[in-house]
Design a protein around this ligand. Structure first.
Ligand code: AMP
Ligand code: MG
Length: 436
């Protein structure tokens, strides 16, 4: 698929300043999304990966290993059969048609087996220990039984269908490097090595703060002019999905004192994510309060839609994100900026999401000064990804906060992208199936 289209530059590696119609003065205040992400990740570099803790391996799932997994055992621990069949000395069946008496049976779990007498074979099952002296297993499909005799249809080959002790993991070797993702297979490997606990990096603690006089907690019915605070819960879910440990701060109204009080409760968090109050309205106090409390902001405007007002800075050891209040803007900026930060702190390496080349299914009009991150349904069409923007791109429409597979990245510099344009998509979920 990538061979067909022109190479698409990945979001995280695109470099260089953008041309803004407003001229250089404007470009200094507004940075592009790639530069924003770079500043975030370098701004948090000394914090991460976070300290390590030893946890039962079930709780280690999805986290980054903070130790090299060194094996005290051999895997497999003993020579064993790879097939149901017969164990023998290959030298005893050099030619097809050899007949050997069946001396005994080795089943899975057998112990204290006698050595295999010369000129004999043993019935053996998958995973069962090889008797001393045997060097080959023949699968039962290639053997005819005649009472106590086994007739081997073909010549035996030494080592065939034998799993040697230590072949998979030698004692003292390190089958998993520090920094590896603990996935289901890694849990299986750790269990096979007798490990019930693993040393993994701590999950980042992510404090979430919603601001706005109109907000009421979800368990209360909104009065006139009020709405439920949905962002806190949406961002907590996104933080958890990214590998963080979210906690909600009390809602703050649009007053300096209330925001200050709520932000104070975030002390000790690895990240603080605020939503609302970062644009330029009179009541948009979040940025002002954060700065007055000592947050050093690296930027507060990114040339993107949705989400132009988005701020990042450091407050002591806490990384601070000021996300917009519009739910979709909050979700998209979280996805693009906070999720990679959580992953870096958690010690998880590799891209936050795959970014792949795709084609635009319909034409799209845009502001040429901004990178657009368009919520899009993505499907495979003749092996290539086709991105179809959701009909509503309104950043307040909560129905459009779900039900899409990707963010289609529409670069700056153009005001109209025709149908079929080569773009890239940040895939959040697998694409839909190819149609008929
Ligand atoms: P703001 O960024 O504070 O100007 O808010 C922009 C829009 O997002 C307004 O319509 C707010 O009511 C809405 N909004 C802000 N915070 C939240 C929240 N926590 N949950 C749901 N909607 C919100
Ligand atoms: Mg507000």
């Amino acid at each position: 698929m990538s061979r067909r289209g022109a190479p698409v530059e990945p979001l995280v590696e695109r470099r260089g300043p953008l041309d803004f119609p407003g001229g250089p003065g404007r470009s200094r205040r507004v940075i592009d999304p790639q530069a924003a992400l770079r500043r975030i990740l370098s701004g948090l570099a000394e914090q991460g990966p976070l300290s390590a803790e030893r946890v039962p391996f079930g709780e280690a799932l999805g986290r980054a290993l903070a130790e090299e997994l060194v094996s005290e055992r051999a895997l497999p621990p003993f020579d064993n059969a790879q097939m149901d069949g017969y164990a023998l000395r290959a030298a005893d069946a050099r030619r097809p048609g050899a007949r050997l008496p069946v001396a005994f049976v080795s089943a899975a779990g057998s112990s204290d087996l006698p050595p295999l007498p010369p000129g004999a074979c043993a019935r053996i099952y998958t995973g069962a220990p090889m008797p001393a002296g045997a060097d080959s297993v023949e699968m039962q499909e290639e053997v005819e039984r005649d009472g106590d005799l086994a007739r081997f249809r073909r010549a035996a080959v030494a080592g065939r269908f034998v799993r040697r002790a230590g072949h998979d993991v030698a004692p003292g070797s390190a089958p998993l490097a520090a920094g590896s993702l603990v996935d289901a297979g890694a849990v299986g490997l750790a269990a096979a090595l007798g490990r019930t606990e693993l040393l993994v990096h701590r999950r980042p603690r992510v404090a979430i703060l919603a601001t706005g006089d109109e907000l009421v907690p979800v368990y209360r019915s909104p009065g006139p002019g009020q709405i439920a605070d949905s962002n806190s819960h949406m961002l907590a879910a996104a933080a958890r999905e990214a590998g963080g440990e979210p906690f909600l701060l009390p809602l703050a109204g649009d007053s300096r004192a209330a925001i200050r009080r709520a932000v104070s409760a975030a002390r000790g968090a690895d990240l603080l994510v605020t939503t609302g109050g970062v644009s330029v309205g009179d009541r948009d106090l979040t940025r002002e309060v954060l700065e007055s409390m000592g947050t050093r902001l690296a930027f507060w405007k990114v040339a993107m839609r949705p989400g132009k007002p988005v701020a990042f800075g450091r407050w002591g050891r806490t990384g601070v994100f000021g996300l917009p209040g519009n739910p979709v803007s909050a979700l998209v900026t979280f996805e693009l900026f906070v999720r990679p930060a959580i992953r870096q702190l958690a010690g998880l390496t590799g891209p936050s999401r795959p970014e792949l080349p795709a084609r635009l299914a319909v034409p799209f009009e845009k502001d040429p000064a901004l990178t657009y991150f368009v919520r899009a349904r993505v499907r495979l069409a003749r092996g290539a990804l086709l991105a179809e923007p959701l009909a509503t791109q309104s950043s307040g429409a909560l129905t459009s906060a779900t039900g899409f597979e990707a963010l289609a990245v529409l670069p700056p510099g153009r005001s109209r992208l025709p149908r079929g344009s080569r773009i890239s998509v940040v895939l959040l979920r697998p694409p839909r199936e190819e149609r008929g």
